[in-house]
Design a protein around this ligand. Sequence first.
Ligand SMILES: Cc1ncc(COP(=O)(O)O)c(C=O)c1O
Length: 367
Amino acid sequence: MTDKTIPLFKVFMADSVIGPLKEVLFSGFITQGPKVDEFEKKLSEFIGNTHVVTVNSGTSALHLALDLAEVGPGDEVVTTPMTCTATNWPILAHGARIVWADVDPDTGNIDPLSIKKRLTKKTKAIMAVDWGGYPCDIDRIRFYAGKIPIIEDAAHAFGAMYKGNKVGNTADFTCFSFQAIKHLTTADGGALVVRNSTHQKKAVLLRYFGIDRKKRSKDYRIEKDICDWGYKFHMNDVNATIGIENLKHTSEILQKHRNNAKYYIRQFKNLGNVTLMREDEGYLSSYWLFTMKVKNVTKFMDYMKSNSVMASQVHRRNDTHPVTRAFRRNDIPGVEEFSRHMVCIPVGWWVSKTDREYIAKLVKNYQ
Ligand SMILES: Cc1ncc(COP(=O)(O)O)c(C=O)c1O
């Protein structure tokens, strides 16, 4: 690859971050405070849900969600292998058993019918990942899950829409990541979005040693009457300041991802050498990734690389790692197909019109 390689990911940082960040850095108060409150308020407005709890990573949000779903040793969590390890390792950390469901090979998302087949009396939660930003069919998952809590890992899907609502309004627990290369970055950070104030209050305690930092005693170091333990997962004012400034640009960033994706879809519609993902009515992806399927992924990636475009599978299926050996199964043909043929090409805000025309031409000429 040359210096001019078109990257698959890029960090977005608003110029306006510098001023407020400098102010916070030298204010003498850099941990969780007013900036976190302000960021949570702005996130609530963006998502359309007041029950937002920020944390220090998307992974931390997933840990909190599993705790709120009361997942513990011996319980089963039905989940997808087609994701980042961050989705599934917290299940193991809770001492629970992973039960792999199949994915729809045309979207990469967990297949609701496969979830139905995996449910047992021990199922304590369902984990649904919005692959590349395309929302899972939470309504259909709910139909089969009944009262079993649904955790939506929306690390890729900030700003995505499901049936007229932003993702973050349908599942019991939605987890977002604001890690470096996401649509919205705080450098590192995340948010858990819940559906009621009971869960919100619990999450606030659980993210910081069982203490609500807004209601702390006068002596900051001597806390009284802590009823339950908690992690140290809270967001700080430094990260929140970056988030506040970057959030001002998120709608525009999403639009650029969507425009590029729409362009590719138009260009690749009738190609024989690549297959597009299915998109149903009522779903609007955030297109953190532009995923498509090709026959030979290695050959395609090498071809793109030799033409200065980065292409990647981004995540390796989680069920083939030695750490998950105990949960392996052979009846997930959707995962087999998707993991063998999917590949992602640059689609984000940094991909100019000239870049996307160049990429589309390359894809069309690929044999
Ligand atoms: C699907 C998915 N879930 C969870 C995470 C974890 O997020 P974080 O890196 O903020 O902990 C990621 C990270 O990229 C991810 O891709």
